[in-house]
Design a protein around this ligand. Structure first.
Ligand SMILES: [Ca+2]
Length: 289
């Protein structure tokens, strides 16, 4: 079987259904991950997912380094994996966010890079674009990763302990997406008047607004750039078409249908969806040499 380093390349080779697929890391280890083939042209490798609180995210340094959770439900892919992936390719990172009022927002950042363990997995993140507001680029850029027993933050107390989570805390966060999962109506105000929960502050401009569902995903910058150019070209054509119709005073009739891609046949050499439930999204015993 032929392996690819991420979901972006898998999709370019014919995979077009969201689900669990094996990818090959730069160290040639095989890893199962969730591929998102629909959001913003697809091709996204999901590195974190929360939606029901079924997985505990209050974990130590080692768990955050090597990853934890369930690839079919909630997981953290692991800082070691992020380090290897982001040193192998230039990635754009995307944060998809849903609140309890069924609102949806997103944020995208180019030049996503996670340093190695020696640098406490320091985060580098580029310019913001999106609808959720910028929680990451100024506040969390160049921050070290912290876990409850590994305080690398800039607060006189311990952010990771307060939030029951690991994250690139400063003092503490504009975003905290590994925070404790709270259900609708549950208060995130803790002892001493500090807030916890899954937070993206700029969206509601409010720390007392924990989120319902979050996904963090990466795609190679080259592909993101192609997607954006395609989108701009489409928007330009639409504007042109509208202008043309206005000029000709032709009523804007409905188009019959949008072009459909049709089903792409998945080649025999491309990995197929991993069936059933896997307890861990992480390394299998397979190496691909
Ligand atoms: Ca501290």
């Amino acid at each position: 079987m032929m392996f690819f380093p991420d979901c972006d390349e898998l999709q370019l080779n014919g995979v077009n259904i969201s689900g669990v697929y094996p990818i090959r890391l730069p160290d040639r280890r095989i890893l199962n991950v969730w591929c998102d083939t629909t959001t913003a042209h697809g091709g996204w490798t999901v590195i974190q997912r929360r939606f029901d609180g079924s997985v505990n995210f209050e974990r130590d340094w080692e768990d955050y380094s090597f990853g934890f959770g369930n690839v079919n439900t909630e997981y953290w892919i692991g800082n070691e994996i992020l380090y290897k992936m982001t040193h192998y390719k230039n990635y754009t990172v995307r944060f998809d966010l849903w609140d309890w009022e069924d609102g949806y927002r997103y944020a995208e950042y180019d030049n996503f890079l996670v340093e190695g363990e020696k640098s406490q997995y320091m985060l580098h993140i580029g310019a913001y674009r999106g609808t959720a507001g910028d929680a990451m680029s100024s506040y969390h850029n160049k921050q070290k990763f912290s876990t409850p027993e590994e305080d690398n933050d800039r607060w006189f107390m311990n952010c990771a302990q307060k939030d029951h989570a690991g994250w690139w805390y400063q003092a503490c966060g504009q975003a905290s997406l590994n925070g404790q999962y709270l259900h609708k109506g549950e208060s995130n105000l803790g002892p001493g008047g500090v807030y916890s929960g899954i937070i993206w502050f700029p969206w509601h401009n409010d720390y007392a607004h924990p989120l319902k569902r979050v996904e963090i995903k990466v795609k190679s910058y080259i592909q993101v750039k192609i997607d954006r150019e395609k989108e701009e070209e489409m928007q330009r054509k639409e504007r042109e078409e509208l202008r043309r119709r206005e000029e000709e005073r032709i009523p804007n009739s409905d188009k019959n249908s949008q072009d459909s891609d049709g089903a792409t046949t998945v080649g025999a050499t491309v990995p197929s969806l991993v069936e059933g439930t896997t307890d861990t999204p992480f390394y299998t015993d397979d190496y691909d040499f």
